[in-house]
Design a protein around this ligand. Structure first.
Ligand code: PLP
Length: 457
């Protein structure tokens, strides 16, 4: 970690936000050559992924299911990262994938995931996506009554062409009191359960996806759906699966750093004195991340025991949490200026990429885990903000002045940590005809600091 002594900070410098790092990333940063060699080869911004960490993250969820004696299924929420190596890691670890478009479906199949290990979510799915899901035996989360009717018609068409197929579905639940545009209301669920034709559609259960990171809300909604499963079984349906969606938290920075930031944040920390709204920050500290949150859900009111007794499989669809500490984004400093604010000097660095490779900046907020400056020697603490290589005034990767451990020089690298979940590729574009940063897949044998690398394609 880059530790800066808080006593060195000036009033124009944000408090440090040192990211938790996995061992692979510590080794990569400590390697005095590899990052520089890759950067020299690519000649542009790039992302690194370490798929072995994803396998480890999946195993931690699997172990939690085992510990609580609950039959679990893990589907990676694919929108969090498009990398092929992510899906390959899912295959290695025995996880399925949650897809929402024909493109994602194809990418998952192409990376070796069986169709029966896919769940298809999203509203009003296209004919092409529904038909592909039926033919490949994927589980389909039905989002509306019209979609259910539509699916019956699609199965009828496929069956008329001489293929005996049953579609597998979950009914997606609109959480009571929620303003979500997704899911079916209680009344619609009652109708849907009666309307499912068991000859062509297998109703395997119910699903939901909540925003926010509250374990209790998830546990309580899952518990409330157990009687719905039992009722549906009474009508002859299989109804043995509940999917509680994604939204498992990630712990990016230690609690003390997060508190110091939130308590101290003020406009003078930011270029142009322009701070994001105080309530706009993503919660970068999470006391019960990933598998711990799953454990809390299973413990709440003995949900685990109740699922086991009812013979129900609990499916989860984590996106971000499976990518925790599995990737980072590397930029080269190609320009630096000194500017003054409130009587203090700071650097404006320009890097060889854009803030489109750090999606948080596009939600009127800021990605807070601090980038590491590489090579790693230290000197005088220097506040720096970071801009992209575009002509947009607002294209800044970090508006806040980060306490760098020394002045940055042209050719140095800035490595933004923990970007695999949503940061690295959800908003990327070839704006300005700049190349889209490639993904580099790193591998290393256990305890070995010698990495191999190849493009993630
Ligand atoms: C986005 C999404 C997920 C993944 O969410 P994370 O917060 O990344 O875990 C899972 N399920 C559904 C239906 C989603 O839309």
């Amino acid at each position: 970690m880059d530790i800066t002594d808080p006593a060195e900070l000036t009033e124009i410098t944000a408090t440090p936000m040192p990211a938790h790092r996995a061992e692979w990333e510590e080794l990569l940063l400590a390697d005095t050559e590899l990052l520089g060699r890759i950067a020299g080869t690519i000649d542009g911004a790039f992302h690194v992924l370490f798929p072995a960490r994803i396998v480890q993250n999946i195993k931690a969820f699997q172990d939690t299911f085992v510990r609580y004696g609950v039959t679990g299924r893990i589907y990676y929420g694919k929108k969090a990262n498009k990398g092929a190596s992510v899906v390959r890691a899912c295959r290695t670890a025995g996880a399925g994938v949650d897809v929402a478009s024909v493109g994602e479906f194809q990418a998952a199949l192409g990376a070796g995931i069986a169709g029966t290990d896919l769940v298809v979510t999203g509203p009003a799915k296209s004919d092409a996506l529904l038909a592909l899901a039926v033919r490949e035996g994927a589980l389909i989360a039905i989002d509306g009554l019209d979609e259910l009717d539509h699916l019956h018609a699609i199965v009828a068409t496929i069956t008329a062409a001489g293929h005996e197929l049953t579609a597998r579905i979950l009914l997606r639940v609109l959480p009571p009191g929620s303003h979500s545009r997704f899911g079916l209301t209680g009344e619609e669920l009652d109708l849907a359960v009666k309307r499912v034709d068991p000859n062509s559609i297998s109703l395997e259960g119910f699903s939901f996806h909540l925003s926010g990171y509250r374990s209790i809300a998830r546990a309580e909604l899952a518990a409330a759906l157990i009687p719905r499963c039992l009722e549906a079984r009474g009508l002859g349906h299989r109804a043995d699966t509940l999917s509680i969606g994604g939204g498992f938290g990630v712990d990016y920075v230690p609690e003390a750093a997060w508190r110091a930031f939130i308590d101290g944040v003020n406009p003078a920390w930011f270029h142009g004195d322009r701070a994001p709204a105080p309530d706009s920050y993503y919660p970068y500290h999470c006391p019960e991340p990933g598998p711990d949150m799953l454990a809390a859900i299973l413990r709440h009111d003995d949900l685990g025991d109740r699922l086991r007794t009812a013979g129900i499989t609990l499916a989860i669809e984590p996106g971000r949490a499976l990518l925790d500490r599995a990737g980072s984004t590397v930029f080269t400093v190609q320009g630096r200026k000194t500017r003054t604010a409130h009587g203090r000097d700071y650097q404006i660095l320009t890097v060889n990429g854009t803030s489109l490779s750090l999606s948080e900046q596009w939600f009127n907020t800021e990605y807070l885990p601090d980038p590491a400056l590489w090579p790693r020697h230290t000197g005088d603490m220097t506040p720096a903000c970071v801009g992209g290589a575009t002509c947009l005034e607002d294209d800044m990767l970090s508006r806040r002045r980060i306490p760098l451990p020394r002045p940055a020089e042209i050719g140095d690298l800035l490595i933004y940590p923990n970007t695999a979940g949503y940061q690295m590729d959800s908003n990327e574009s070839a704006f300005h005809d700049l190349p889209i940063p490639p993904k580099v897949e790193l591998s290393a044998s256990d305890g070995n600091a010698q990495f191999g690398w190849r493009f993630d394609r």
